[in-house]
Design a protein around this ligand. Structure first.
Ligand SMILES: NC(=O)c1ccc[n+]([C@@H]2O[C@H](COP(=O)([O-])OP(=O)(O)OC[C@H]3O[C@@H](n4cnc5c(N)ncnc54)[C@H](OP(=O)(O)O)[C@@H]3O)[C@@H](O)[C@H]2O)c1
Length: 307
């Protein structure tokens, strides 16, 4: 098969597209003929060798964890999906990649709704599951006011919409360039950084805080609700030292731990959810996509269209 790959860690230029051994679906997995694959900050950090996971990666390596495509192999113990079905999902976190290729093996997935484009479908699975897990942990529901720090990015733009769908009011932070985008998502926009607690206090009282950015703002975010127990981070590893819960992707095999994709797909069909795409690159331009992903401001997801 053909695949985006790198045989050494480094700048985006280490990426090339060429032949690679085909993967096959194992127990509980499906293989798809990929139509689109997401490019996320974790993929960029791993390629650059800046991720703690880098030492577990065998080279050459195919980057990317999110993909959408047509099922062409169904592994043992898989039910409810058949060859030819259109799905979107992600590879197993332990594989650390493998999505930016002609074929990819998915560890979790959902049916792709007809009204969801291939590009939207390929971009979104990890952001949707990450946002869902964090909103569950915070118990975001009807009537709560949630502050999301980093609302315009891949996870943030999804978390805003899923929280609103649960009946929450959302305040979202972003760069000055992203204030209108955050408002379009349905949140009350404000800028991040110095003076955030005062700006938020002038808007409304906040019950819960989700730190998506991991920008070193946890003390200010705790000050906003007055207790670390009301704050969850997905990106700040020092969070637990301050009493903030850290939500990570490894669910330890919990089969009920992932339920966000089907919910998001249903909301999308109802017109209550979309996956904002900042840029779609042809797969041959994976290096450009990775370079683009390393620069802000972000407005949703970056995705590779696979021929
Ligand atoms: N725990 C998990 O399971 C998990 C899963 C996925 C991702 N992550 C991590 O979560 C983080 C976000 O992922 P992502 O895909 O959403 O990234 P992304 O698409 O690059 O978005 C990052 C967002 O952070 C915002 N930001 C930048 N500087 C900020 C600051 N000083 N204060 C507040 N916000 C700031 C950006 O806003 P502007 O664009 O407006 O500047 C942007 O919207 C990454 O560190 C990623 O590794 C964790």
């Amino acid at each position: 098969m053909f695949a985006v790959q790198f045989d050494r860690f480094g700048p985006p230029e280490v990426l090339s597209v060429g032949p690679f051994a085909e993967p096959h679906a194992g127990r509980g997995e499906v293989r798809v003929r990929v139509r689109a694959a997401g490019v996320s900050p974790v993929d960029v950090a791993l390629r650059a060798g800046r991720s703690p996971s880098a030492e577990r990666v065998a080279l050459p390596h195919i980057p990317g964890v999110d993909a959408a495509g047509v099922v062409d192999e169904v592994g043992p113990d898989v039910t409810g999906v058949a060859i030819g079905d259109e799905v979107f999902g992600a590879v197993d976190v332990a594989r650390l990649g493998g999505a930016s290729a002609e074929f990819a093996v998915l560890a979790f997935w959902a049916a792709k709704p007809a009204s969801m484009s291939w590009e939207e479908a390929g971009a979104g699975a990890t952001s949707i599951e990450t946002a869902t897990r964090a909103l569950d942990l915070l118990d975001v529901g009807e009537g709560t006011t949630l502050l999301i720090d980093g609302a315009a990015g891949g996870v943030g733009s999804v978390a805003v919409q899923l929280a609103i769908a649960r009946g929450a009011r959302v305040i979202g932070t972003g760069s000055p360039e992203n204030q209108a985008f955050i408002a379009q998502l349905g949140a009350i926009p404000t800028t991040y950084g110095r003076g955030l607690p005062e700006r938020v206090r002038r808007l409304r009282e906040v019950d819960l805080v989700l730190d998506v950015a991991g920008a070193g703002s946890l003390p200010e975010l705790i000050a906003i609700t007055g207790t670390a127990a009301s704050v969850v981070t997905i990106a700040e590893f020092t969070g637990p030292r301050l009493g903030v819960r850290l939500s990570l992707g490894d669910l330890g095999g919990d089969p009920n731990g992932r339920h966000g994709l089907a919910v998001a797909a249903a909301l999308l069909e109802e017109g209550r959810f979309r996956l904002p795409l900042q840029e779609v690159f042809p797969m041959a331009q994976a290096a450009r996509a990775h370079a683009f992903a390393a620069r802000g401001p972000r407005q949703g997801k970056i995705v590779l269209a696979v021929p």
